[in-house]
Design a protein around this ligand. Structure first.
Ligand SMILES: [Zn+2]
Length: 478
């Protein structure tokens, strides 16, 4: 049994992992790096021989997990591709958006921080798009949607018992975004569990992960755990709950509206947009928001439609609720980014979450920051190098350059950060690892500081556990 990390660096980027077990080869996830372009944005797919894969399994539909799937499929004509049903629908919309981003002269080559826009202008002479709309259509047709908590063979057949196939897999809800899963593989008498991106706590729409061993000892021991470490470099803020953050956000909004300002909430189109719509809906139901109009972007609307389509058939909170119907947000197109008037007492929940150049949130920020009545409220992760990261690090009165074409803008608006992360905090993941007691842990999907925190903490707390940071491009024997 062998595992090869196909990412190019130890980081959160183009996530992809090659697994060889029971004489079969499969790839877990095939993401696109939001900050790179052309081939640099893909995983190191040269490590996978042509036409060698039996299967590709996709944990969820964020760009950094599914964005390069067409590039891999082009060279793997016989690989079957498996994912949950919502992941297939969200993923198809995301890949088409990614083609649009890659095709724009100023778009990013790599594309999109979980949705759209790259942080690097590509210029007119940038690399051509990595795939076409036509390929995205063609490939999406052969994806096989798989029900959760059901045993499947790599041939795509339902199994009653794992022994019926040399390799079987089973998907578990990961609580991260709609359709997100952890993947349990059984082969050679062993069990390998890949977490994908996970949240062990309830959000507003997504329900806490229901992974093996999450409440009580696992039904069967897990031999190898491959686990994400996104928040490994940040300690949990003790005693701060999601409800506290929601109350603080409601107070913040009220203050801005009282001074006749508008609020920009930069969000990822997929996941964060829907979670925030549910937050605003609850505030409205509690009478905390009045009838303040809420604006979202075009891709956010498309993704919300998929959330609504699965409102009764996915594991989630607020079952049956149609967000678009209940919240009735106004939809802004990219073309309106510079022309749409910014009015007081409005919420603009626009992507991208990192305020990537040329996105709606970036353009709105440039128009809103100079007015001290306005506010920018961040609700998720931002890379420190991204425009959002720069703005978050700025002091009031500083000037911040948010894109390459325009002069820096003076920050006169209020800037606040709220914690509505879709990822588990590191303490919850650590507790899960300790409860599961796998023989071996592979730490992935984290920047160097994040994976190192898990490695050193586990060395102290679980000295008998073998903990590995899989080096990019090198096979690890399991
Ligand atoms: Zn994700």
């Amino acid at each position: 049994m062998r595992f090869t990390n196909l990412t190019r660096h130890t980081e959160i980027g183009a996530n992809s992992y090659l697994l060889e077990l029971a004489g079969r080869k499969l790839v877990l996830d095939c993401g696109m790096h939001p900050k790179h372009e052309g081939e640099d944005a893909t995983p190191n797919l040269r490590l996978v021989p042509d036409d060698a894969l039996d299967a590709i399994l996709v944990s969820h539909s964020h760009l950094d997990h599914i964005g390069s799937l067409p590039v891999l499929m082009r060279r793997q004509p016989h690989a079957r591709v498996f994912m949950s049903a919502p992941t297939a629908q969200l993923g198809e919309a995301l890949l088409h958006n990614s083609v649009n981003v890659m095709s724009k002269p100023h778009g990013g080559g790599g594309g999109a921080g979980n949705g759209q826009g790259s942080s690097h202008g590509r210029g007119v002479s940038g690399p051509p798009p990595l795939f076409t709309h036509r390929e995205a259509d063609q490939y999406a047709q052969v994806w096989q949607p798989c029900a959760l908590r059901q045993l499947w063979s790599l041939e795509g057949e339902r199994l009653a018992r794992p022994e019926e196939a040399e390799v079987s897999f089973e998907l578990f809800d990961a609580g991260h975004i709609l359709g997100s899963t952890g993947i349990l593989l059984r082969a050679e008498g062993k069990r390998v569990f890949y977490s994908g991106d996970v949240n062990f706590l309830d959000q507003n729409v997504s329900r806490a992960a229901s992974f093996p061993g999450v409440d009580g000892p696992p039904a069967e021991p897990i031999d190898v755990l491959v686990v994400e470490t996104t928040r490994g470099d940040h300690p949990a803020r003790l005693g701060v709950t999601r409800a506290d953050e929601e109350a603080r956000l409601a107070r913040g909004l009220k203050e801005v509206f009282a001074r006749e300002g508008a609020v920009l909430v930069p969000v990822f189109a997929l996941g964060k947009t829907q979670e925030m719509l549910a937050v605003f809906l609850r505030m409205k139901q509690k009478g905390l928001l009045g009838d303040v109009p809420i604006y979202i972007g075009g891709l956010g609307t498309k993704m919300t439609e998929v959330y609504d389509r699965f409102a009764s058939s996915s594991p989630r909170l607020l079952p049956g609720l149609s967000l678009l119907h209940a919240v009735s947000p106004y939809v802004l197109s990219g073309r309106e980014a510079s022309s749409s008037p910014i009015k007081p007492r409005r919420i603009y929940a626009l992507s991208s979450g990192m305020m990537t150049e040329h996105t709606l949130s970036n353009k709105f920020a440039q128009r809103m920051l100079g007015d001290s009545r306005n506010a920018v409220f961040f609700v998720g992760y931002a890379d420190p190098e991204s425009p959002a990261g720069k703005l978050r690090a700025a002091a009031p009165g500083d000037s911040v350059q948010l894109d390459e074409e325009n002069p820096p803008v003076e920050v006169r608006a209020q800037v606040e950060v709220f914690d509505f992360s879709a990822h588990s905090q590191r303490e919850d993941i650590l507790n899960y690892i300790r409860r599961l007691q796998p023989k071996k842990v592979l730490l992935v999907h984290g920047d160097p500081g994040a994976v190192e925190w898990f490695k050193s903490t586990l060395a102290t707390l679980e000295p008998g556990m073998e903990v590995v940071i899989p080096p990019p491009g090198e096979a690890v024997e399991l």
